[in-house]
Structures are given as structure tokens and as C-alpha cells.
Write a protein that binds this ligand. Structure first.
Ligand code: ADP
Length: 166
């Protein structure tokens, strides 16, 4: 086990960050000494992102600026390498409905094989956010839906701008 502060990584594409992500990040920050939010530079699972890595990072930084033990970094390497680089002992992921489970189960087996010393920890989505996803938010915003309750205010306004320009 690494010495020093107990560090966890919260990885994701965060395109853009939602209140559901922020709930998981905040809860992780209450359990671990230090949380590093890892913004995946170019997610494989998704098509081109709507926001650049720097924009995605800045949204999370603004939303977590009052929590001293949260940092945000963009990464392009293997997740377990990123975790090792920061001496993290855990990877924290949020679990929504059953749909997240299958994918997370597979990733868990792969990561465990690569790095048995790093534990993956799953935090259950809060009921109010359990149906909230970045994809859903983008879809709602595209058709003029109000996303004010689902994402930070800055994200809601940038989302409206970005979608209009497309
Ligand atoms: P998304 O699936 O919304 O595009 P990401 O790929 O950015 O999200 O996911 C980052 C992490 O956040 C994943 O572990 C995902 O399961 C989790 N997550 C996403 N939305 C929520 C939510 N509303 N509540 C809890 N966890 C969530």
C-alpha cells in the first residue's frame, strides 16, 4: 500500500460534467484524503466529444473549487498507470442502473489483472441522479430542454451556446 494520503481517482469522460458526477466526486472526497478527477482525453467508447479536454477539466475545477482535497487532471494513458503515477490506492466509479454494471464488471476484471494493488470502489448513484448521463443532458439541450437542474449553471449556458453553433 502506498504511504501518505489516501488518494482515489474518479475517472470519466465528463462531456460535460453533471450533478450526478459531482455527487460521486464529493462523496469520494469525504471518504478519501485526496481525490483526483481524471478526465479522459479522448474517450474510446464515445464519438468525438462536444467539449475539449481543457473545457471539461475547467467545468469540474469551477464546480469543485471550494473542496480543497479535489484536483482535476486530463490523462491519456492507461487508467491504472495514471493511478500509479499519483500513488492512488483506489479507483472510484459511480454506478447507476443495471446498464452500468456489465461494463464496469468487465473493466474491473481487466484493471484488477493489470493492477491487483489498486482497488476499484463503486458508489451507488443517489436516487435523484440515477437516470442522469452526459449523453442525456446533451440530447435534452439539443432539443431545447431545460438542463438547469442537471448540470452546474456554467455548463448549462456553455452547452446552449455550443449546441447552437453546431
Ligand atoms: P457518462 O456515462 O455520463 O458519459 P462518464 O463516462 O463521464 O459518464 O462517467 C464517469 C463515471 O461517472 C462513471 O463511473 C459513471 O458510471 C459515473 N456516473 C455518470 N453519471 C452518473 C450519475 N448520474 N450518478 C452516478 N454516477 C454517474
Amino acid at each position: 500500500m502506498p504511504d501518505g494520503p489516501r488518494t482515489a481517482i474518479c475517472p470519466g469522460s465528463y462531456d460535460p460534467v453533471t450533478n450526478g458526477h459531482l455527487d460521486i466526486i464529493g462523496r469520494a472526497a469525504r471518504v478519501f484524503d485526496r481525490v483526483i478527477v481524471g478526465v479522459v482525453n479522448q474517450p474510446l467508447r464515445k464519438n468525438k466529444t462536444l467539449f475539449s479536454p481543457e473545457e471539461r477539466q475547467a467545468f469540474i475545477e469551477a464546480a469543485t473549487s471550494e473542496q480543497d482535497n479535489i484536483e482535476v487532471q486530463v490523462f491519456s494513458t492507461l487508467l491504472v498507470d495514471f493511478a500509479r503515477e499519483h500513488n492512488a490506492r483506489a479507483i472510484v466509479k459511480g454506478l447507476r442502473a443495471i446498464s452500468d454494471f456489465e461494463y464496469e464488471f468487465e473493466m474491473n476484471q481487466l484493471n484488477r489483472k493489470l493492477a491487483p494493488d489498486i482497488e476499484s470502489v463503486y458508489v451507488m448513484a443517489s436516487p435523484e441522479y440515477s437516470f442522469l448521463s452526459s449523453t442525456g443532458v446533451k440530447e435534452l439541450a439539443t432539443f431545447g430542454g431545460d438542463v438547469g437542474d442537471l448540470v452546474p449553471a456554467e455548463v448549462a449556458s456553455k452547452l446552449a451556446e455550443r449546441i447552437q453553433r453546431r
